[in-house]
Design a protein around this ligand. Sequence first.
Ligand SMILES: [Mg+2]
Length: 231
Amino acid sequence: MSSVAVGFDIDHTLAIDNKLERVAFLHLLERVIESGGKALGTLAEESNNIDALLAYQRGGACTIEEAVNRFVRERGVRPHEDYVEGFKRMALAMGETFVVPDPEAKPMIDVLAAGGVTLGVLSNGWSPLQELKARRAGFTGKVLASGDLGVQKPDPRAFLALAEGLEMQPQSCFYVGDDPRADVVGALSAGFQAVWLDNEGKTYPPDLPAPSHIIRSLRELPVLIGAVALR
Ligand SMILES: [Mg+2]
């Protein structure tokens, strides 16, 4: 089975993070207000604003540093690297408690690794938070975070960077993720076999290219990889 590689998404694939970055932003809001800034609405509205900002950032529109600077500026405080560092420190401190691995992640990783499959992680996010999440899920190999790559999923260049990092041809790579657009369409566009993890009862958008494979649980992955690799 050493002729194939498998790349993984992290969030809602190997682990959930219980919105730890939203909480870190809410703590940042506290600091901003202490520094003379003003909230843009109620706490509930600010939570929605933060989710929108994080979605914008994860979609590749800006870096996490730019998102923090924008958040601070919009609330009337001059951006400063202390806010960025404070935000990152808070998020990382919460990682150990907020990030909960899928119970099936580590056993699945161990089976694939024992079978000689090359494994990697490609995630839209920043370092070292994404590494921390991957480690919590029992993954010890290469972790590529979009913040370091300068490109985000679904851009095929992110997946090609993963293949290169794993020293594999794209056609020998699988990519496993829960997001139809970022994970499946991105992986397909880079020439990977895309495995859609459908473990949250979502409907696959009918207007998007279909995944190469669908699994309902990570437990199904070693059998799938073994069957395809032996073909
Ligand atoms: Mg995900």
